[in-house]
Design a protein around this ligand. Structure first.
Ligand code: SAH
Length: 507
């Protein structure tokens, strides 16, 4: 994006909290911003999208630790705005729906700083929608109003309940504290005590919770269930449609909290899949790559690579690190021409494709041994295996027994990582996670070591494994194994998680 010539502030709506609910323009700005001044509500999912070096300013806090006043926020925006800087003011929902975006924009305009308003999806509409409540429905209502449930500061802006009670549907924001008054006032002004009402807490997120009742009974229900902000309150007949239209809470993994333990560079696909299925995902890598092969290693192994007739990759990481080193050494895929190149597992084969290599063979089962039958038919040959330093030795040993000349290239080395898990130790102790995913034996070891060190009962964090080798290690290490993927891929693992945790009957 081109930087503007004059100082400018982008007032960007982040939507109500669900990562999918930001506009294309909004996300583009977040990704290119030099400075982001953000509110807490609805923005958390997007801060990780900011580029390296982006200055993140929490408008909820001053350096002294107290909440920034609106005047202080205005001043920060004005001071930070600069001609060559992309300054994003990121707000929950839509910036102009009870977001004080108008005030900020005015303050800047008065001082000669332009703003661009990037509309967001307001919680007033999206949160009811995620609870299966349309704000309008033909034949049921002809209007709806978005209302603040905050007590008015001045009498002239006090809520006019007599007028509101005449409207079909009402959506209250910031209404948790005054819920009883809202219900009482609407009844006192003529709304039937039986009017349906829904309160939706943390809508559009995996923690969404919806209570449905009547105007007369909601205050008691809400207080019994300890409803807390942020919540949206919807009053009106369309609330009844929720019975047929609720969809989000029926996602197979809705309400489930899953710990994804893969390495950072690989976790994304699995996490995304689990989130699409409705789960709340916490990424805590349990191993990290500590050393990678280099161009020098390629040069050292140059003859061995040239002479080998077979090259085997056992993981995506192995593929990526081998090819990056190869490219750095000044070679490309042509250097491997004439060899048969094999991949264990479709993800490994997929990574090869990115470097222009189509696997000659991918076994049906994705463990190293599954390649052995393929080699039984082959005359003794030179076989090169590029893999992690601590990988199991079954494959090279068996190939050697068959008479093949095996050479191993250590593409990378991993070590256990526990810092991320450590941050979540209190939650693990509370049993907050429904399960953790295990995608390799070394991850199983790392998890078992961590639980032992922290004196945590393995029952507190049950696991699902990606395949038989990982399962065996999990059992040996005393982890509580709930299941094993039938197909050893991310999709297979997700499917097994749904089978194990998923709701068979949506409520
Ligand atoms: N500009 C925001 C509203 C800010 S006022 C918007 O357009 O959505 C803050 C209020 O928004 C909260 O008190 C709550 O009523 C509502 N809200 C925002 N996000 C919400 C969410 N995920 N679930 C329920 N209510 C939400």
């Amino acid at each position: 994006m081109e930087k503007q010539k004059k100082a400018k502030v982008y007032l960007v709506g982040a939507g109500p909290g669900n990562k999918g609910l930001i506009t294309v323009r909004g996300l583009e700005l977040v990704r290119t911003a030099d400075i982001i001044v953000y509110d807490r509500l609805g923005t958390a999912e997007f801060l990780s999208e900011a580029k390296d070096g982006c200055e993140l300013i929490d408008a909820g806090k001053t350096p002294g630790g107290h909440k920034m006043t609106q005047d202080e926020i205005n001043e920060v925006l004005y001071k930070k705005a600069a001609p060559d800087k992309i300054l994003v003011r990121l707000k929950g929902g839509d910036p102009l729906v009870f977001g004080r975006g108008g005030e900020e924009s005015l303050y800047l305009a008065e001082r000669g700083v332009e703003s661009e308003i990037v509309s967001g999806i307001t919680s007033a509409i999206a949160v009811p929608a995620f609870a299966g409540i349309p704000v309008t429905h033909r034949g049921i209502n002809t209007s709806f109003a978005a209302v603040t449930g905050h007590e008015a500061e001045k009498p002239e802006t006090a809520t006019d309940y007599a007028a509101l009670a005449k409207l079909d549907s009402l959506v209250f924001l910031m209404g948790v504290k005054n819920l009883s008054e809202i219900c009482e006032n609407l009844i006192a002004n003529g709304k039937s005590p039986d009017t349906p009402i829904a309160v939706i807490e943390r809508g559009t997120t995996p923690q969404q919770r919806t209570l449905v009742s009547t105007l007369a009974e909601m205050p008691a229900l809400a207080s019994k269930n300890d409803v807390r902000p942020p919540a949206i309150t919807v009053v009106g007949e369309t609330v009844r449609l929720r019975k047929s239209l609720a969809w989000f809470e029926k996602s197979p993994l809705f309400g489930k909290k899953i710990l994804v333990t893969r390495m950072r560079n690989q976790a994304g696909k699995l996490s995304k899949k689990l989130m699409e299925l409705g789960a709340e995902v916490c990424e805590c890598p349990l191993i990290k790559i500590v050393s990678k092969m280099s161009a020098l290693d390629i040069l050292k192994e140059k003859n061995a690579i040239i002479e080998a007739s077979f090259l085997i990759f056992t993981s995506s990481n192995g593929v990526e690190l081998f090819f990056e080193a190869l490219l750095e050494a000044g070679f490309d895929g042509r250097f491997l021409s004439g060899k048969q190149i094999l991949a264990i597992g479709p993800a490994t084969a997929e990574s090869m494709r990115k470097y222009g290599i189509i696997a000659d063979y991918v076994p049906d089962s994705y463990v190293a041994e599954s390649l052995l039958p393929y080699f039984e038919k082959i005359k003794p040959a030179k076989v090169l295996i590029a893999r992690a330093e601590q990988a199991r030795n079954v494959l090279p040993e068996k190939l050697a027994e068959m008479g093949h000349q095996v050479r191993i290239i250590n593409a990378y080395k991993t070590e256990p990582e526990s810092s991320y898990l450590k941050e979540n130790v209190a939650e693990i102790r509370d049993g907050a996670f429904d399960l953790a995913t295990l995608t390799s034996s070394s991850i199983a070891d790392s998890l078992a070591d961590f639980l032992e060190r922290e004196h945590l009962d393995p029952d507190l964090l049950p696991v699902i494994s990606i395949g038989p080798i990982t399962s065996e290690r999990a059992r040996q290490r005393g982890l509580k194994l709930l299941g094993e993927a039938n197909v050893f891929t991310v999709d297979g693992l997700s499917e097994m998680i749904v089978q194990t945790l998923g709701r068979s009957e949506p409520e």
